[in-house]
Design a protein around this ligand. Sequence first.
Ligand code: FAD
Length: 289
Amino acid sequence: MAQPIRVSFEFFPPKTEEMEKNLWEAIRRLAPLSPNFVSVTYGAGGSTRERTHSTVRRIVTETALTPAAHLTCVAATKPEIDTVIQSYRDAGVRHIVALRGDPTEGVAAKYAPHPGGYRNAADLVAGIKRIADIEVSVSAYPEKHPDSLNVNADIDMLKAKVDAGATRAMTQFFFENDRYFDYLDKVRARGIYIPIVPGILPVQNFKQMKNFADRTGASVPRWLADRFDGLDDDVATRKLIAAAVAAEQVLDLVERGVTDFHFYTMNRADLVYAVCHLLGLRPAAKKAA
Ligand code: FAD
């Protein structure tokens, strides 16, 4: 492959000891692939937020990985969010993924900014940049965010986030690569030149993914449903199909010039590791040998 491939891995904070064990197994398995960064998502409640903070702190202290902490505007005042930003800065975190977030009542509810909070993701990006010299990434939606009137309104928000200081966007997952490239054309035509890194979701569980996709406006093509059809009770075959689907998608993206990928790992390493191997990534120690 002509261009070096760079990857990042997204994890979510674990709820139980068992989940914590799985997360750290996944981190240890994927770390030798030398990701550009690993990101940790941010939830709505106080306890899940504390789990994000502690996971990020543990990545800083126990690994050589570069963490990116997700942060949202939801259910917090500006001073509360600023305290989180300052504590990340003080802990050595140099990258935040800034998001509006979803209403605490769920994605179906109408979003309203918290009184005294950051109004939206662009406002949050500006807030982070005021506090610290921290790299800020944001989201992007090749198939439009469900709250947006149209793709142009979405791209206006992306432009506002970039103007506020964001230097990278990771996309919602998608399965039709043409949709990503159509979106990229529109983004570039609007004068936005930051990397728009495709978000790749290896399908660990088709039903779960479909539910999630329905809530987030990502389309699930018929051909994809057909590939998983009849495999509900056949984990082993499902895994092989999932690896094949993700491999096909990323190799096509590479063929068409993409060099950076953001993987939604769901805290599991195996499929992501296999796809990264296909992308030519090898564990750091072996590379050096
Ligand atoms: P924004 O960029 O702020 O908005 C997306 C679109 O919606 C824009 O077009 C904007 O104009 C429009 N819009 C926003 N608000 C309104 C409104 N009130 N009325 C009309 N239009 C509006 N969520 C979490 O809770 N925690 C996470 O850690 C997390 N990580 C994510 C990581 C990635 C890479 C992605 C793609 C998403 C992530 N999300 C996360 C989901 C995200 O918070 C939701 O999709 C949320 O609904 C939008 O926040 P945003 O910053 O992505 O969108």
